[in-house]
Design a binder for this molecule. Sequence first.
Ligand SMILES: Cc1ncc(C[n+]2csc(CCOP(=O)(O)OP(=O)(O)O)c2C)c(N)n1
Length: 287
Amino acid sequence: MGLTDSQVATLKLKAQQIRRKTIETVVWAGGGHLGGALSQVEIMVLLYYHFLNIDPKRPDWADRDRVVLSKGHGGIGYAPLLADRGYFSEGLLEEFNHTGSPFGMHLDRLKVPGVDASTGSLGHGLPMAVGMALGARLKGAAWRTYCILGDGECNEGSVWEAAMAAAHFRLDTLTALIDRNGLCIDGTTEAIMALEPLADKWRAFGWEVTAVDGHDFRELAGAIEAARRSTGRPTAIIARTVKGKGVDFMEDQAAWHYGGLDSERAALALQSIDRRSDTAGPGRRAP
Ligand SMILES: Cc1ncc(C[n+]2csc(CCOP(=O)(O)OP(=O)(O)O)c2C)c(N)n1
């Protein structure tokens, strides 16, 4: 069943709040991976506020759905969402990446409730997610596993080894969501190490594949629902996004992969998010 208008409105508001809180957290941290933290927002919000079978009061509940943010540098956008979902107090974010804080720039599953895998070294999340999906099968458990990857991250060979294993083991409870913002750390993915035809590559590795507008909750939800119905194959959802989404001066700019914000810039960023909160549109750069 598709999302209702009221569900979409609630999710959009949540996305706006998470973007705002991400900007604030970057200010508290003294810097952060803004571009990718902003492009992943709708994917993360839809999972955490609509699809996941989780209980924030019991982060270690054995049957919870598993989430691996394989693009671990997105942690500065993930932590505000986990706080909002009730895993820990939002006040803790004010010390993000400070000495003695539970949060490093990449989230540690032993320190941050709700995090299922410590990531940050790109290419390692999907292999862990394959293990989690296999684990569910071996235990006869019903949890589903979702893995969020960067597109630049798909340059890593270990992504493709894991993709091959997932298809070999017919891990149909595993869904990979690729944040296809078309930019890597310092340029376009296609200039640095061409990925296209990306959908065909995942398909050739034995996956079901769909490509959607990664900022459109209805399209994303349709793809995730199809993944949940699919049998015998894992699903890759290529979510076309805009790096820096929501902040006009950051959008589609590789230079905003990582950055700091003084109070003036932070205020401009928040204003832009408030102004643009209702916009959804296809990734500009991704094919
Ligand atoms: C193994 C490894 N190599 C290099 C890095 C440094 N690094 C951090 S983010 C990044 C770019 C990632 O680009 P992408 O996956 O497209 O992420 P996004 O655009 O969504 O931020 C790189 C190279 C890393 N974290 N891990």
